[in-house]
Design a protein around this ligand. Structure first.
Ligand code: MN
Length: 191
């Protein structure tokens, strides 16, 4: 199997000014393309070639894990956004947010703080466990909570390449602005 990079469901300039066209072009167009190209090269003629990508992430180590997980993480990240923004989360996900974090605002603050406080490169995640309980976790580098048996719902990329063109060293500002473009209908559908 050869992985192909899906086209984004919005134009490259559509998320500006939260995420500029330059950042989408470099981050999705070049960084993500490189992860997918590396993934294809690393699985070729191996036991991983016809394995589901999620299973590759759960079982591979080293460069294959890094590129497989980064390939998956970036699609998950970029497909969480909508140029128009969206209404607040509703339904079962909203109930779980209020139950596990107290309020939507308290959840957003905790999520931003976890992302801003992650040392070096990585991702901050909202996931659910098998009982539907929500957890915020920090993962370094290519890390993904699937490897801990959790179901990912939302992630913000805190690698510098995700925000440096637009926000330079102001990671906390970059994360705070992302709420304006999160598509909560997509996040709800993952719960
Ligand atoms: Mn990235």
């Amino acid at each position: 199997m050869t992985y192909t990079q899906p086209e984004l469901p919005y134009d490259a300039d559509a998320l500006a000014p939260v995420i500029s066209q330059d950042t989408v072009d470099f981050h999705y167009g070049k960084h993500e393309k490189a992860y997918i190209d590396n993934l294809n090269r690393l699985i070729k003629d191996t036991e991983f070639e016809d394995m589901d990508l999620e299973d590759v992430i759960r079982t591979a180590k080293g460069p294959l894990f890094n590129n497989a997980s980064q390939a998956w993480n970036h699609i998950f990240y970029f497909f969480s956004f909508t140029p128009q923004g969206s209404d607040e989360p509703k339904g079962e996900l909203r109930k779980a947010i209020d139950r596990d974090f107290g309020s939507l605002d308290a959840f957003k603050k905790a999520f931003e703080d976890a992302g801003a406080g992650l040392f070096g490169s990585g991702w901050v995640w909202l996931s659910r466990d098998q009982d539907g309980k929500l957890l915020i976790t920090q993962e370094s580098n290519a890390g993904n909570p699937m490897t801990s048996g959790l179901t990912p719902l939302l992630t913000f990329d805190v690698w510098e390449h995700a925000y440096y063109l637009d926000y330079q060293n102001r990671r906390a500002d970059a994360l705070h602005r992302l709420w304006d473009i999160v598509d909560w209908e997509v996040i709800e559908s993952r719960y």
